[in-house]
Ligand binder design. Structure first.
Ligand SMILES: Nc1ncnc2c1ncn2[C@@H]1O[C@H](COP(=O)(O)OP(=O)(O)OP(=O)(O)O)[C@@H](O)[C@H]1O
Ligand SMILES: [Mg+2]
Length: 259
């Protein structure tokens, strides 16, 4: 039985999708059977994961409305151990409210995650920004959660909200563990960035913030634009190495026998 690892944040644009794509690829490179699931109707995963040109954009939303089977929406990638479930054709429309209400009202999302975790070592879930009904549903079905936090002063304001929401979900899903807060887009030498990191480490309980910090790197966005995870395209880049180190730490935790 594999684990479901979700990537969530209150604030948008903090590096959730970048983290989900690169962690999933780094897990797959270690030989872990990995499924990356996108439930965000923005559908960004589709551009960065390296699907073949002209590949079908069917996905979870199409499965949920009965237009596709589960098997049909699990797509291969260029990596042997990595499969992906896109959010689907819902991305092509401007209005995502039907999709959101459908996810909230049906139990297909938890059932799909359960079925996926039975077939994989790890299921990585990329979520929309905020703690709306989709993200709540994902958290209710997750074993672990990572919260990316952009290393900038504004990010701190939303941290208590997300931690409270996770604590709230734990009441209904006691199996959920906060793996950690992941500082992203860190710029060494930038005083505001450095102050934020110091403040976060001083004010949050020890162990809650990963020692690994993701540096700001153009390689991440460039790889995404080229349709490849940076850990594959630019493995020597500092941000890629940080993601690989994080994947090593997480894989070790996930595969360690329960104490
Ligand atoms: N470490 C980094 N260094 C430089 N750019 C980054 C880094 N992480 C993410 N980015 C860039 O920042 C932007 C937002 O990242 P991303 O899409 O991963 O955030 P997100 O949290 O998924 O956003 P949303 O909330 O809209 O889903 C993207 O253009 C991405 O390429
Ligand atoms: Mg995203």
């Amino acid at each position: 039985m594999g684990k479901v690892l979700s990537i969530v944040s209150q604030k948008g644009g903090v590096g959730k999708t970048t983290t989900a794509v690169n962690l999933a690829a780094a897990f797959a490179r270690r030989g872990l059977k990995t499924l990356l699931v996108d439930v965000d109707p923005q559908g960004s995963v589709r551009y960065g994961i390296g699907l073949r040109k002209g590949a079908d954009t069917r996905g979870f939303a199409d499965y949920m409305r009965g237009a596709r089977t589960l098997r049909e929406v699990i797509l291969p990638t260029a990596m042997p151990w990595l499969r992906v479930m896109l959010v689907g054709t819902v991305t092509d429309g401007a209005d995502h409210s039907d999709y959101q209400s459908h996810v909230a009202a049906s139990d297909l999302l938890p059932r799909m995650l359960q079925a996926a975790s039975e077939r994989c070592d790890i299921v990585v879930v990329d979520t929309p920004p905020g703690l709306g009904p989709i993200t709540r549903r994902v958290l209710l079905s997750s074993d672990r959660v990572i919260v990316p936090l952009q290393a900038e002063p504004l990010a701190l304001q939303t941290t208590p909200q997300i931690l409270r929401s996770i604590q709230d979900v734990v009441k209904s899903n006691p199996g959920l563990t906060l793996d950690g807060i992941l500082l992203t887009m860190f710029e060494a030498g930038n005083p505001s960035c450095e102050r934020t990191v110091t403040y976060v480490r001083e004010h949050l309980p020890g162990g809650m913030v990963f020692d690994v910090v993701i540096p700001r790197s153009t390689a991440l966005a460039e790889a995404f634009a080229a349709g490849q995870p940076a850990v594959v395209r630019e493995p020597a880049d500092a941000a890629s190495q940080a993601y690989v180190n994080l994947a090593t730490l997480l894989a070790d935790r996930l595969t360690r026998p329960a104490e």
